[in-house]
Design a binder for this molecule. Structure first.
Ligand code: ACM
Length: 632
């Protein structure tokens, strides 16, 4: 008996280490019970008649029939069904509105939940137990269609599990937005924050303000590094961009709803408003015909010195009554379109350069007894809050809305680190955490020597450390967290995918899984399995976690020293200084190396055993010297 127990224990340890089970986000509780469920030749799914489940069911059918080629039947009452989706008539107190139980035995898979959302998430987990080919776009070859037997109880840690998608800096079509929603829902995100307006484009049709999309949705196509582009000349066509009609918006909302994703619309005011001002120049503190054009990625704000000095006024004027009439029209239509409780009103990075010079602003300050420009913005936010609330919605804004006094009832999205979130939560306001430090997925995820250049970095392991509840804060004010994909440097959908995955896996786990369940090495093992699933689905992702981390310094003799590290376990690094291409027969990195005096380039590649796994990186030694000097 003792021997039997020991064998069993060793077996289960072996199973955990070598398990094929790789669920993201990590479920609250999962036990492997041994054995497998083999998909039968005809797959019968039993499901209740429920409008909210319609899509879940057709999605599951579509996956099975596309990839396995097996016949798939649905039956409301099929005792012998291999897959059963069951809504509980007596609510289960543990799993809440989004949780589920999944039981996979040799006889089949049973998913139970209180609500349709839970069934949808249970289906995602079930699919992740099946071979990667289930993600494919066509019938797979000779596949052993089976899932390991497991018992799962799972539910989210937070109700707000978001991704923000900026469709202003570059426009993404409604089908691209749908494909973004498709993918995020598979990883149990339930909120798309749709950044619909900015300096470079107004993307939502407002029927009472037609110029917003006639004028505001179009700029000049430029390619290279956004923010450094040449100023558009009058002969360059303003035909780049696009917008969503209200019918498009309704279609995307309905599509998201079927996947249990809410949409938070953002209209970013009073800063980031050049597209609006170009459409209606009278909204500016400094109006002027033909003065304003929708931004095309040419610089107009000086960001150095931690301040914002604007050379062109991209703000709505808080001292101009027309602005509040304009916003009333905008939010009337936005509120009527979007069923979600909140409207995001931006509030970030408002350059006040031109407010300082405005007589109207001076008069407003006198009249309202406002002492600073932050108080002027706060006055604006409080009036916007009234408008938004009058439409039956709640207001959320970036953490700048705290400056000059937070409007009562406003929720705060903390992006400049955790500080704003902590401050707002202490004032008993609702908070969503999205700090640059952990969830800015527009940042580079590896070295600038290989990644498309952005001004900051966020590696996967840092993203994995995201903890939405800051220390010393009452967790009840933290609604959840989200990662933000700004798209200044994202020109197309393949690159949007590259920037999002795998870092959004890390965010998914931070907002869904139990805090104690997070484990970096275990996570990266699962990420690798999901890379294979993405390959099958032909979705793009960044392999940056396989690339080494470079640091450099000078020794006492002024010689350049290079230290390499790997982000994940089990990789070897090979390198050359002689310009040839390293492979595993080249020097293997074991400790800090001194660059040969006359060398100009270090080339580096990572391997796992005999297989190259990282990308070949060319690191100019001038760059290593520059970084070593900057560190001194
Ligand atoms: C922001 O990143 N400007 C909110």
């Amino acid at each position: 008996m003792v021997l039997l127990c020991l064998c069993f224990a060793l077996n289960s340890l072996y199973a955990q280490q070598n398990s094929a089970v790789a669920i993201i986000p990590q479920p609250v509780k999962i036990t492997e019970s041994g054995g497998v469920f083999k998909l039968p030749e005809t797959i019968t799914i039993q499901a209740p008649e429920d409008a909210e489940l319609k899509h879940t069911l057709s999605f599951l059918q579509e996956r099975f029939s596309t990839t396995t080629g097996k016949a798939v039947n649905v039956a409301a009452n099929a005792e012998l069904a291999a897959i059963k989706l069951q809504l509980l008539s007596t609510p289960d107190g543990i799993i809440g509105n989004e949780g589920y139980h999944l039981s996979v035995t040799p006889a089949g898979a049973v998913i139970t939940a209180n609500k349709a959302a839970g069934i949808f998430y249970g289906v995602q987990t079930l699919l992740q137990l099946l071979p990667k080919e289930i993600e494919g776009k066509e019938k797979a070859g000779d596949i052993n269609w089976q899932a390991p037997c497991v018992e799962v109880t799972d539910y989210p840690r937070f109700g707000w599990r978001g991704l923000m998608f900026d469709v202003s800096r570059h426009f993404f079509t409604k089908d691209e937005v749908k494909s973004y929603i498709d993918k995020m829902a598979r990883y149990k995100f339930n909120l798309l924050h749709w950044h619909l307006t900015d300096d470079e484009g107004w993307r939502i049709e407002i029927k009472s303000l037609p110029k917003l999309t006639e004028v505001g949705a179009w700029n000049v196509k430029k390619t290279g590094y956004f923010g450094t582009f040449s100023a558009p000349t009058p002969d360059e066509p303003r035909t780049y961009g696009g917008f969503y009609t209200q019918d498009d918006i309704k279609e995307v909302i309905a599509y998201a709803k079927e996947r249990f994703v809410n949409i938070l619309p953002e209209v970013d005011v009073p800063g980031h408003s050049l597209a609006a001002v170009a459409s209606y120049p009278e909204l500016s503190c400094t109006p002027g015909a033909d003065k304003y054009k929708v931004g095309s990625g040419n610089p107009f704000i000086d960001w150095t010195d931690h301040g914002m000095v604007a050379h062109l006024d991209n703000t709505l004027c808080p001292a101009n009554e027309k602005v509040y009439g304009f916003l009333d029209k905008v939010f009337t239509e936005v509120a009527a379109l979007f069923p979600f409780d909140y409207i995001h009103v931006g509030g970030d990075e408002c350059a006040k350069t031109f407010w300082h010079k405005s007589a109207a602003i001076k008069a407003l300050m006198k009249k309202e007894n406002l002492k600073t420009m932050e108080e002027v913005q706060s006055y604006f936010e409080k009036r916007v809050l009234k408008i938004v609330e009058a439409k039956g919605k709640k207001l959320i804004g970036w953490d700048e809305i705290l400056e000059g006094g937070l409007a009562p009832g406003a929720a705060v999205m903390s992006w400049r680190g955790e500080k704003g979130g902590i401050e707002a939560a202490k004032m008993q306001h609702e908070v969503v955490m999205s700090p640059t430090t952990f969830v800015y997925i527009d940042y580079m995820q590896g070295d600038a020597a290989i990644e498309p250049r952005v001004y900051a970095s966020l590696r996967l392991n840092k993203a994995y450390q995201f903890e939405p509840v800051p220390e010393g804060v009452d967790a009840k004010y933290i609604k959840g967290g989200q990662a933000n994909l700004w798209t200044e440097q994202v020109y197309n959908m393949r690159h949007a995918e590259y920037m999002t995955w795998p870092r959004a896996f890390a965010t998914a786990e931070s907002v869904w899984s139990a805090k104690e369940a997070k484990n970096w090495n275990n996570f990266t093992r699962r990420v690798e399995q999901h890379f294979k699933r993405f390959d099958a689905a032909e979705t793009n992702y960044a392999p940056s976690m396989y690339d080494p981390i470079f640091t450099s310094s000078f020794d006492g003799k002024g010689q350049l020293q290079i230290t390499l590290a790997t982000e994940i376990e089990g990789l070897d690094i090979y390198y050359s200084f002689d310009n040839s291409f390293p492979d595993r027969f080249y020097p293997k990195y074991t400790e800090t190396v001194t660059a040969p005096k006359d060398a100009v380039m270090m080339k580096v590649i990572t391997y796992r055993g005999k297989e190259p796994i990282g990308r070949l990186i060319y690191m100019p030694l001038d760059e290593m010297k520059k970084r070593a000097k900057a560190k001194k």
